[in-house]
Design a binder for this molecule. Structure first.
Ligand SMILES: Cc1cc2nc3c(=O)[nH]c(=O)nc-3n(C[C@H](O)[C@H](O)[C@H](O)COP(=O)(O)O)c2cc1C
Length: 209
């Protein structure tokens, strides 16, 4: 039995979102193909994802220096515990699905906040004499992404290429994406553009299972 994290980052109703609708279709097909797997849904707009703020940097700095964090408030300790739980949850999962829209050439800011919870030295990557080494092995990541315009060949695209780089950075080399793009730029072709990506779901499931 595999554990899948299904991570969404879009403060929209599913039926109003191209990426969430595609993600939902993928998820239902996946559940049919692998009913025994455990799927954990993380909606980054419903879950409280701790941001690396002043308090956090103090906690991290003190722990690294071997200093006590006993004096910190209960609230800070709880937030840090939650941060660690998110890291551990990510490390323990076998597969990841990220569902995102393009926002201003990138992804919604909560995706970055979430990335900061699992890119942790000593847990998902380590520094070696030969450079940085990803520590997550034998995992897969699928990125389901929507953009109204065309960006897949755009050098200013900081959405899918960025997530792929982050995954490679932590060792997740088996990475694919389902990108639906350009349907707002070409409204007359929107239906066929979207259908073309939905048609890729079966082959993507075959790879992902
Ligand atoms: C804040 C914001 C920024 C956006 N920036 C871009 C952009 O840089 N490029 C683009 O092609 N579309 C952009 N869009 C349009 C979205 O990519 C488009 O609406 C897409 O359908 C979003 O996916 P969704 O339907 O799953 O929400 C932006 C939309 C919003 C709300």
């Amino acid at each position: 039995m595999a554990q899948v994290l299904f991570i969404t980052a879009n403060p929209k109703a599913t039926e109003k979102s191209t990426s969430l609708s595609l993600g939902e279709e993928f998820l239902q097909s996946y559940k049919e193909a692998r009913p025994e797997d455990e799927v954990i849904v993380i909606d980054l707009y419903k879950n409280d994802i701790p941001e690396l703020d002043y308090e956090f940097m103090e906690v991290i700095g003190r722990l690294r220096a071997g200093l006590s964090v006993d004096h910190l408030s209960e609230q800070t300790k709880k937030r840090f515990e939650h941060y660690n739980q998110l890291t551990d949850q990510f490390v323990n999962a076998d597969k990841y699905v990220f569902v995102t829209p393009m926002w201003n050439l990138g992804m919604p800011p909560r995706v970055k906040t979430y990335i900061d919870t699992f890119c942790v030295a000593g847990k998902t990557f380590r520094y070696t004499e030969k450079g940085v080494q990803g520590m997550l092995q034998n995992k897969k990541c699928l990125h389901i992404h929507a953009s109204g315009g065309f960006h897949s060949k755009d050098p200013m695209n900081h959405a899918d290429p960025y997530l792929r780089d982050i995954m490679h950075f932590i060792g997740v080399e088996d990475y694919r994406s389902l990108v639906v793009e350009g349907y707002a730029a070409l409204p007359d072709k929107a239906e066929s553009i979207i259908k073309e990506v939905y048609d890729q779901i079966p082959a993507t499931i075959e790879w992902f299972v």
